[in-house]
Design a binder for this molecule. Structure first.
Ligand code: HEC
Length: 161
């Protein structure tokens, strides 16, 4: 009986996890999902996504802003301690990948501060977005199509493929 109960709770946990991820995908088109309360981590993620989307055009046009990126580094680092929907699904990999994200952010900041070429900045920034995608391939695939669109076009004046 006990084992059965535990199995049921585990299943419930998995279902909640899967649902959080699928509704995350929907939330790009509609407003917030009504039935579930977003976790602390989901809220950090939403802010991250909104920031990258908001600045996409500016960065593509070469209008970088080191102070915005510094702010992001601080805000986005919170993913490392924020409470996820399902703590059981977050492990070592998450730690490694969230640290990689922060490191890539530092690289972009350094390039912006050192006035590196636009091409270098674009490439470093796209590598940063790749870390989002990498982690999402493991943890939560729903938002991947949306995240892919956050990459900047490296071709000057070109359209993002
Ligand atoms: C280290 C792993 C990791 C990285 C890096 C990461 N994510 Fe996430 N993301 C997650 C996890 C795990 C969730 C599920 C959060 C939850 O449900 O508690 C999530 C959820 C989301 C969601 C859905 C939030 C919601 O409304 O439920 C979006 C959108 C998102 N991430 C976008 C991004 C973007 C954009 C980046 C990069 C700028 C990024 N993520 C980087 C692991 C990551």
């Amino acid at each position: 009986m006990r084992g059965q109960m535990r199995r049921f709770l585990t299943l419930l946990g998995v279902a909640a996890w899967a649902w959080a991820c699928s509704s995350a995908e929907e939330s790009t088109v509609s407003e917030e999902p009504i039935l579930y309360e977003a976790s602390e981590l989901a809220l950090v993620m939403r802010k991250m996504a909104a920031g990258h989307e908001e600045y996409k055009e500016k960065f593509t046009a070469g209008e970088w802003d080191a102070s915005v990126l510094q702010q992001w580094k601080q805000q986005h680092s919170k993913m490392q301690s924020a409470q996820p929907t399902d703590p059981g699904a977050i492990g070592e990999e998450f730690k490694v990948m969230s640290a990689a994200y922060v490191e890539h952010m530092e690289q972009v900041i350094a390039l912006v501060e050192n006035k590196a070429s636009q091409k270098e900045k674009l490439e470093a920034y796209n590598a940063l977005i790749e870390t989002c995608i990498g982690c999402h391939q493991v943890h939560c695939q729903g938002p991947i199509p949306r995240i892919k669109k956050m990459k900047l076009s490296v071709d000057p004046g070109g359209v993002t493929p």
